[in-house]
Design a protein around this ligand. Sequence first.
Ligand SMILES: Cc1cc2nc3c(=O)[nH]c(=O)nc-3n(C[C@H](O)[C@H](O)[C@H](O)COP(=O)(O)OP(=O)(O)OC[C@H]3O[C@@H](n4cnc5c(N)ncnc54)[C@H](O)[C@@H]3O)c2cc1C
Length: 417
Amino acid sequence: MCQDKPIFEPSEWKLTKLQKELCDETRFLASKNFVSRAVKYDQDASFPTENYSDLFKNNLMGICIPKEYGGRDADLKTYMLAAAEIGRYCGATALTFNMHVSSCLWTGYLADNLDMREDLRKEHHNLRALHYERILSNGSIYAQPFSEGNASAAGKSAFGTKALKTSNGWIINGKKIFASLSGHANFYGVLCTELETQASKPSRANTMYVAVPAQQKGVTVEGEWNPLGMRGTVSRTLVFKDVFIPFEEQLMPRGIYYNAAKQWPHMFMTLTPSYIGLAQACYDFTVRYLRGEQPGMQEVKRRMYPTKQLTVAQIKIILEQTKAIWFQSISEAKPNPSKDQIMRAWAAQYSVMENVNEIARLAIRTCGGQSMLKSLPLERFYRDSRCGALMLPWTAELCLDMIGKGALYEHGESDED
Ligand SMILES: Cc1cc2nc3c(=O)[nH]c(=O)nc-3n(C[C@H](O)[C@H](O)[C@H](O)COP(=O)(O)OP(=O)(O)OC[C@H]3O[C@@H](n4cnc5c(N)ncnc54)[C@H](O)[C@@H]3O)c2cc1C
């Protein structure tokens, strides 16, 4: 069994049986297999293919697929808790796993908790069965490319990737940047704007969510991938040139995604567990290192120095604060949350993404020069931790923007005359 204690001790945080079970499974698997592979994925900026085979073998690819389809039936909170344990051992695996799992969350738990017309719900149940079957039977991996390098990923404009309707499907044209899992996913869950005709005006209300098979004619992966951190995500550019997609490839019925995104803001927090895991990993490392117990290092104790004790205290305080706001926020996730709950979700997102890098910075400062050598994982944690605040639509800057406006303005208020 895994030696590391859970990030959220089940009885103290009142986890359900399923939450405990899934957290134990992910912690055990990731600490046993993912932690040693993380070095190579980071060095080579290569995709964690072996980890995905393990996730499939251990029946975790369908973690958020509803029970009636044969999945593990995790809701948003349960998934987030289990994913944090993966992020603790391999940030890139946790981040890419999030892209895969998002396709099941949008189509499963989130859709099931939305008001939907009966005929649309029936259509949706038929549509999603196809995707769930691929995941559960074949271990198919779904990616989640929505960024385009324009205002669409921040939710400020319609997606530039267009789906022109034909009699039996759509012709898709466009480009997605930072498409994690590119070249490795079997399907790309693409957000695009449906057009009835070439002349139709693009509208956010016509956002569509469709699965594009990776092998479909007209799909190409372009550009290099050599970033600072989260290197194993392989987030290259995806190009769609006259790609035909039949109607059956919809992940949600037309028109549903736009409302779902408005009603379920907490969905945009699903990038955070990877970074909660990383924050815990930085703390674990620092304690081991200062106690002289870090594998690969001489057994030199550094814990007796008061300045080191102070810094570890600072790290622990930031970690506990971050865990607390995050746990509260994922616990209250629901459709149409109150204004306070949305503001708290932004504050939680901001806290996780900024604090993880602060914790990594303090960890390197207090552990010292040897701790940032590439033979140890802390320097990777530091680089990986820098990426969280950049993820749209809730980047750290945009969270500040939204919290500030939300605090000072009530709905409909403006200073314009
Ligand atoms: C490791 C990694 C993996 C990723 N994986 C994926 C993935 O799988 N799928 C995916 O879709 N994307 C992914 N992304 C992309 C990510 O979500 C962002 O889209 C990307 O980082 C934005 O980069 P940019 O330079 O285009 O940002 P810009 O759009 O230029 O924004 C730069 C900054 O300006 C601010 N800003 C942006 N828009 C506004 C606005 N309207 N008003 C005010 N401020 C604004 C934001 O704070 C932002 O950080 C990934 C990114 C990283 C780093």
